[in-house]
Design a protein around this ligand. Sequence first.
Ligand SMILES: C[S@@+](CC[C@H](N)C(=O)[O-])C[C@H]1O[C@@H](n2cnc3c(N)ncnc32)[C@H](O)[C@@H]1O
Length: 200
Amino acid sequence: MDHQYWENRYIDNDTPWSLHHANPALIRYMADKNRDASILIPGAGTSYEVIELFNMGFTDITVCDISATALSLLKKNVEKTLQKDHSIRFVHGDFFALTGQYDYIIEQTFLCALLPEKREEYVRKMFDLLRENGTLFGVLFATPFLKPGPPFGGEKNEYKSLLSKLFYIKEISMCTHSVKPRQGNELFFICKKLVNPHFL
Ligand SMILES: C[S@@+](CC[C@H](N)C(=O)[O-])C[C@H]1O[C@@H](n2cnc3c(N)ncnc32)[C@H](O)[C@@H]1O
């Protein structure tokens, strides 16, 4: 699954993961957050959350994807919908090569797109990309899949042991605001990069 694999999926319009609207579970979580916060969406694809978040008043938003076609579709939609100057940054490239630090990183069908052997590296990279007290949150598939991936599923306990290596897990539970096709098979999780866990 190199960048060409993902590029072809977008070129062929073979993107069943796209909701074609913002995921209510993700938007809900950001509703009461400081509008000055910086947000990263890695493996963003054609993320509809970007427009929604911008309209909510978040201006410091960075999206990253390895597929140039995905980013160009997203950019087109952002420019068409927002019809005003925006400050959204589009980074074409590999998540594992990203630099910078963010207050919030949003996970949605990105971990499941990576080979399972990359999961530890994913956690490390997420940790490095977060500011102190920053938050990684989002949705994860709640069960493994029988068919070979992507998507590669997983289980709550597996995610817990993976994420707890570096993060304080504030929540990981069945998502109560999943879109219909994902209801019952989606976990919502919140992980904090704590400066000093003893002050919790
Ligand atoms: C299953 S899609 C999900 C897209 C989007 N998150 C959504 O929910 O619509 C996975 C996305 O991750 C991107 N991707 C895969 N590997 C990546 C990597 N190493 N760095 C950045 N993006 C990557 C793919 O191009 C694709 O857009």
